[in-house]
Design a binder for this molecule. Structure first.
Ligand code: GCU
Length: 621
């Protein structure tokens, strides 16, 4: 059987790894594990479009605050760790102090915090285990696909390590072919959500540190040579042509790749070059561009040898012209709202189609054509819903607040998460903006760090716009947008809280804006807290009337910013945060939602809805 080379995204395996035949058993050095490097994972575009064996459901779970399942009392990595899923036998000359069969269950996907009161604030390692049966096929890769695991995670199949991953909001895939067996198998995961200074994000966030296997887990199959990444997009300019490329892992120069869009009678083929990538460019007559008004999706068939993927894709262009944002060549104003991946009603990390459709349904009710999916990459269910429902998306890498910007390891982690975000989600027509960061301190190290990310994002994807949410300084009644990072951005995002953290609502009436960049501006956050159902005077903080009053003073001010091309007030729905303890009002929720976590629309919702639907705020040109 011919060997194949698979490009791995893992930092520890930067060079292509040539796996000759199937007997290679993936082993990882203690260094990699103890060093918690991200290793042995690869990025798959459109993994959710592949046939999958779901591993969702109930997994056994063992809380392990001292990581005793992996490390000895002298902190050496155990060879007989809990990843072996050992079943004690009478007469064993040693004790076995764990038993998954007797352990309590956790639902996957799902954060552990909201599944058990005792786990609401738990930060530390958690063991997961489940059995599964499998019938491996000849000449077929089997990948363990993980939609996300927050924050550090390690996986073993049948007691053999298959991968390690760092980052809580991006999908990754582990090759399990060499260790999976016919019939009964078991998979063990260790997930540790402990925050660290050198993580991405770092110690401080204003959201709940939901830990665990927070998104779907499945097994997906692919033939020996398989499509691992691809990019198809409508070319900017007059004609209607689709351009892009398909990368085939394990392919060979000259192998054929085909793409077809049956509804348009379009078909193109190309062959792989030395880089295992086939470049495509083909006319598409009669294509209906994707837009919020007409979110047209086409079935797109990709074929490479024995592999095929049936995609569902919209095609549109986005670019800037001076201070305008052009969608399909026409100026557009982004009437948006910021959205955390917090599940409506049940709370906890959102993961389902229903969660996505509820949240984005409220955004549509608000009159939005745009959502800022803060502060980390959301999952494929949310992005597929945005594609279907016609909502433009600002997607964000979790470079949030004050990371260790002078630490090369932290840059490598941010790059890895950016690669995974773009590599996984680059074909969603809804996504028009890649945001590099949120509210980072204006220092030379930070600017260099994020400029590096912006260049990387542009090199990976020249079809979208690069942005970031910046802090704004004030001089008297003037807000000055002059953060040096603006030079690296296509669209400037700024957060401001006039009327909440900054003075009183009427301060907005006398605020001027000085923007040092002739680029489109999005006010990516403004707002105020309100407890749903709490009423009083419009100058009484925490009441719905106060929050609505902040919006009434903000909107005319924003309307006077000539180059304002979008806004995404903070935030669609109340969300859990440990920073918000005010009893009877916050109760560990950030209450800036226009909707409560129980679906109650606050007065401010209707103030914004009126402005959006009557289009009294924002100008596209
Ligand atoms: C910041 C930050 C948000 C936070 C918000 C707030 O702007 O970007 O993540 O939740 O302010 O303080 O409510």
């Amino acid at each position: 059987m011919r060997g194949f080379s698979v490009c791995w995204s893992g930092r520890a395996l930067a060079a292509p790894v040539r796996v000759l035949g199937w007997v290679a058993v993936l082993t990882f050095s203690a260094m990699q594990l103890a060093g918690q490097a991200t290793s042995g994972t690869l990025v798959l575009t459109g993994a959710d479009r592949r046939q999958a064996t779901s591993l969702n459901g109930e997994w056994a779970s063992i809380v392990d605050p001292y990581f005793a399942g992996l490390f000895s009392f002298h902190h050496e990595e155990k060879k007989n760790g809990w990843f072996l899923n050992y079943k004690a036998k009478p007469g064993d000359p040693f004790p076995t102090e764990y038993d998954y069969a007797k352990a309590p269950k956790l639902k996957v996907p799902g954060d552990w915090n909201t599944q058990r009161d005792s786990l609401m604030l738990y930060e530390g390692p958690m063991w997961y285990e489940r059995d599964f049966t499998y019938a491996p096929k000849e000449h077929t890769h089997v990948f363990l696909h993980v939609g996300a695991a927050n924050y550090h995670s390690w996986f073993w199949v049948n007691g053999k390590k298959v991968c390690g991953h760092e980052g809580g909001f991006t999908a990754f895939n582990c090759e399990v072919t060499p260790v999976i067996q016919p019939g009964n198998n078991f998979v063990v995961a260790a997930v540790d959500n402990t925050r660290h200074e050198d993580n991405v994000p770092t110690l401080e966030t204003d959201w709940w540190n939901y830990g665990g296997l927070t998104r779907e887990v499945s097994l997906i199959e692919a033939p020996e040579a398989f499509i691992d990444q691809y990019d198809l997009h409508l070319e900017r300019g007059e004609g209607a042509a689709i351009a892009g490329w398909v990368h085939v892992a394990g392919g060979a120069v000259g192998d054929k790749v085909e793409v077809a869009i049956p509804e348009l009678g379009a078909h193109a083929s190309a062959t792989l070059g030395e880089d295992d990538r086939a470049a495509l460019h083909f006319d598409v007559k009669g294509l209906q561009p994707w837009s919020p008004e007409t979110p047209k999706l086409y079935k797109v068939e990709l074929h490479a040898g024995a592999d095929s993927i049936d995609e569902l894709m919209g095609f549109r262009t986005v670019e800037t012209r001076g201070t305008e944002i052009l969608l399909n060549g026409k100026p557009i104003f982004l009437r948006g709202v910021s959205v955390h991946a917090e599940a409506p009603y049940r709370t906890g990390r959102a993961y389902s189609d229903k969660d996505a459709e509820t949240l984005l349904g409220w955004a549509k009710e608000l009159g939005c054509n745009f959502v800022r999916l803060a502060h980390y990459p959301h999952d494929e269910t949310m992005l597929r819903a945005a594609d279907r429902m016609g909502l433009l998306v600002w997607s964000e890498n979790p470079v949030y607040w004050a990371l260790e910007f002078d630490n090369p390891k932290v840059l490598a982690k941010a790059e890895q998460q950016l690669d995974e975000e773009i590599g996984t989600s680059r074909n969603h027509a809804a996504i028009i903006l890649w945001s590099m960061a949120n509210e980072t301190p204006n220092t030379p190290a930070r600017t260099q760090f994020i400029e590096t990310l912006a260049s990387r994002a542009r090199a990976m994807d020249a079809t979208r716009l690069i942005t970031a949410a910046l802090l704004v300084r004030a001089q008297g009644n003037t807000k000055i947008v002059d953060d040096p990072l603006g030079k690296a951005l296509d669209v400037i995002g700024v957060n401001e809280y006039i009327g909440w953290y900054e003075g009183h609502p009427e301060n907005a009436d006398v605020t001027q804006w000085q923007i040092d960049y002739q680029k489109p501006l999005i006010v990516s956050e403004f707002g105020a807290d309100a407890k749903a159902g709490l009423h009083g005077g419009e100058n009484e903080r925490w009441t719905e009337e106060y929050q609505a009053n902040v919006f009434r003073h903000q909107l005319p001010m924003l309307n006077n910013i000539a180059q304002l091309r979008g806004m995404s007030p903070w935030v669609l729905m109340d969300f859990r945060s440990p920073n918000r303890p005010l009893v009877g009002i916050q109760d560990e929720f950030n209450r800036k939602g226009l909707v409560s976590d129980q679906g109650q629309k606050k007065q401010a919702f209707y103030v914004l809805e009126k402005a959006y639907k009557e289009e009294t705020v924002g100008k596209a040109e």
